[in-house]
Design a protein around this ligand. Structure first.
Ligand SMILES: Cc1cc2nc3c(=O)[nH]c(=O)nc-3n(C[C@H](O)[C@H](O)[C@H](O)COP(=O)(O)OP(=O)(O)OC[C@H]3O[C@@H](n4cnc5c(N)ncnc54)[C@H](O)[C@@H]3O)c2cc1C
Length: 588
């Protein structure tokens, strides 16, 4: 017999049913900050973000927003809530600029961090707040890692990065720029001087295409090119034809930056189709608006030169797509006889990056994985050498900012545990009654609001931000689209008279009244029924002892009609709250 699978809700169940919050690597309390924006309380929205993801003004611009993929509105109705752009609105319109202080007493222990990218900075932030004395060693003359040397300023203005870094420095974090950890000052000396070390050195080694001619002058790999763009002062490309290879962030950034630096014509060569491109569709739209031509199903096979020194062209071949590979994307297969040449002056291969582990001294005996990466325990971020932790892109290869922030924050907690034996427990959740759910009757018709962007003809300078964010009015409208999955229908079994009113009134058919024989569950469900009736579950089923009200949470719009209709008050609408996953927000 097919039975409905039921679960008795626990904290984990509630968390999983708030899709956006659960999908965020740092569990940002998105529904709560969206609610605050609906009430035009931007200061509270900012505070919630700062407590969870630390760098809301940065992430509100460039986050890859895994939250939006799990947004119930996107899954049920139309498009997901613009959670990322609402984060930015919280930072654009806040009026309160709190001075964040250390939250805990000084611990008298020292931690060194290698690398001042988002992972190193987030670990530094949390360790300093817990009370450790933290020093960051950074090989570039500036802090921020890829936030400053990768992502271009027209997507992430430098004053935004600077302000985020200042907040970390204000906690008393020491920084040594232009100080690479390598031969002279090495990991072994840090290990002796500090109680623990967190390595967050990123992935800065460009992956090659492995085709003839790749060493010619005029071939600059994506990360190196972006470094030159960001650190090179007045880099000019001039009237050149540029081809960029790749379909990710680095490729898009290299192409758009070339255009801003004076290139005459820019192409992107991508070996699969638009559907497989890993880049955000919004960015691809901007690439196309700016007149950059994307050649899909196209792959370079040779770079050539007329004078034997400088690049003059690239030979490409067309592809077709075969069966999906391990990552789910279909494998490109070159079609013989479709070769063609493009005249270019600059080729930017931007296919991937990998971590450079050459600075790790062999004598320490750190375990290296078969992919030439430093091996860490994925739960604790500890390496096989006591006191040395590592995270961010350095241990996985290129990912994204929110995931490396999550690494830094978790690593900080485990470093604290390693140094003190103390665990910082996840805070417990609690509910508050929502007496009246406010829901716009046209909720399902409100379209996703667009953010403003700079007109194409004004996008000439590399420093001019393209995305301008939401106006206050549109931010509130967008927040009103949210289905508020953090408000739950809570049932009081003892008050229910099984009248079926909630089943009848629910516009989304979430409820059903079924017999005990029609449901099955886990051990918790079994224990629940057995405690309730004092007999084994199977026996209770046989006696047809109970009628069970079940609810499909994934379809619920939190309209509250069931609670309004319930004649006995057995259903209430209650808001789920929890403090920051990482620590209680003391000291703010
Ligand atoms: C062009 C580009 C665009 C991107 N766009 C996006 C985007 O839109 N959204 C998104 O989420 N992600 C994006 N990413 C990815 C994101 O920037 C990275 O995933 C993230 O910055 C990794 O953070 P991290 O702290 O691990 O390393 P990094 O940011 O790389 O920082 C590592 C730091 O360690 C330093 N370092 C290295 N070796 C040493 C040493 N031996 N001694 C001292 N210091 C050392 C480096 O100089 C660097 O400052 C982009 C990346 C690039 C390259």
């Amino acid at each position: 017999m097919n039975r409905f699978n039921v679960q008795v809700p626990n904290q984990r169940w509630f968390e999983e049913n708030i899709g956006c919050e659960n999908a965020c690597p740092v569990n940002t309390r998105a529904p709560q900050y969206i609610s605050a924006i609906r009430e035009e309380n931007y200061n509270l929205a900012f505070e919630l973000n700062r407590g969870d993801n630390l760098f809301p003004a940065i992430l509100g611009r460039i986050c890859v927003h895994p939250c939006e993929e799990k947004c119930r509105r996107g899954l049920l109705i139309d498009q997901p809530i613009s959670i990322c752009s609402l984060k930015r609105a919280s930072t654009d319109y806040r009026t309160h600029f709190p001075q964040i202080q250390r939250a805990f007493k000084k611990k008298g222990k020292k931690v060194a961090i290698i690398g001042a990218g988002p992972s190193g900075l987030s670990a530094a932030n949390d360790l300093a707040r817990i009370g450790y004395s933290v020093t960051i060693y950074e090989s570039f003359p500036i802090l921020g890692g890829m936030l400053n040397v990768g992502i271009p300023p027209y997507r992430l203005p430098r004053h935004v990065v600077k302000r985020a870094i200042e907040e970390v420095r204000r906690l008393g974090v020491g920084v040594l720029t232009a100080t690479p950890i390598g031969k002279e000052l090495n990991l072994e000396s840090l290990r002796k001087e500090y109680d623990a070390v967190y390595i967050a050195a990123g992935a800065h080694k460009a992956e090659k295409l492995g085709i003839p001619g790749e060493d010619l002058q005029g071939v600059i790999h994506g990360v190196t090119f972006m470094q030159m763009v960001n650190l090179g002062g007045d880099l000019k490309i001039g009237q050149k034809r540029v081809a960029v290879v790749g379909g990710g962030n680095t490729a898009m950034d290299a192409a758009r930056s070339s255009l801003r630096l004076g290139a005459e014509e820019v192409f992107i060569l991508y070996r699969r189709t638009k559907e497989e491109m890993p880049v955000d569709p919004r960015e691809l739209e901007q690439v196309e608006e700016e007149g950059i031509k994307v050649h899909y199903l196209t792959q370079p096979i040779q770079v050539f030169s007329r004078d034997g020194i400088n690049v003059s062209g690239v030979r490409c071949i067309r592809n077709r797509l075969d069966e999906p590979e391990r990552d789910g994307r279909r494998r490109p297969i070159p079609i013989e006889g479709t070769e063609f040449d493009i005249d270019i002056d600059l080729l930017i291969p931007a296919v991937s990056q990998s971590p450079d582990i050459s600075f790790l001294p062999e004598e320490i005996g750190l375990e290296i994985s078969k992919w030439d990466r430093l091996a860490v325990n994925p739960e604790t971020f500890e390496t096989n050498v006591h006191g040395i932790f590592a995270g961010g892109d350095f241990v996985t290869g290129p990912r994204d900012v929110i995931r490396v922030i999550a690494d830094g924050r978790r690593a900080a907690l485990f470093i604290h545990f390693y140094l003190s034996g103390e665990k910082i427990e996840k805070s417990l959740a609690y509910f508050t009654l929502v007496p009246e759910v406010e829901i716009d009757p046209n909720l399902e018709k409100i379209p996703r609001q667009r953010i403003d962007t700079l007109p194409v003809q004004e996008r000439k300078s590399i420093d001019k931000e393209v995305e301008l964010g939401f106006s206050k009015e549109r931010a509130v409208k967008e927040a009103e689209r949210c289905l508020q999955c953090h408000i739950f229908t809570i049932f009081d079994r003892t008050k229910c008279i099984l009248c079926g009113g909630c089943v009848d009134i629910c516009p989304k058919f979430c409820f059903r009244m079924v017999s005990l024989d029609e449901v099955q569950g886990d051990d918790k469900f079994k224990a629940y029924i057995e405690t309730l009736y004092g007999i084994p579950l199977e026996k209770a089923r046989g006696l047809n002892l109970a009628t069970v009200m079940i609810k499909d949470e994934s379809r619920c719009l939190q309209c509250g009609l069931c609670a309004k209709r319930c004649p006995t008050g057995a259903i209430t609408m209650e808001e789920y709250h929890r403090e920051s996953t990482f620590y209680r927000e003391e000291g703010r």
